[in-house]
Design a binder for this molecule. Sequence first.
Ligand SMILES: [Zn+2]
Length: 68
Amino acid sequence: MHPALVITLVALAVYFGSCYFHPYRKCKACNRSKESHSTTFKGAFGKCRACNGRGHHIRLGARILNQK
Ligand SMILES: [Zn+2]
């Protein structure tokens, strides 16, 4: 087997292993607070629209793993 292919396969295995144990990544928009704060009206807030109030996003690798 080609060395570059072996490296790619190992990298994929590490990535999917990581996605299995840590399937989520934090939402950058709300920084896991799950809330979206109004910049116009002080103190007004709603659920974060970027993550739909979950505070995290499912990683691409975890989404692929969950399809099985
Ligand atoms: Zn969010």
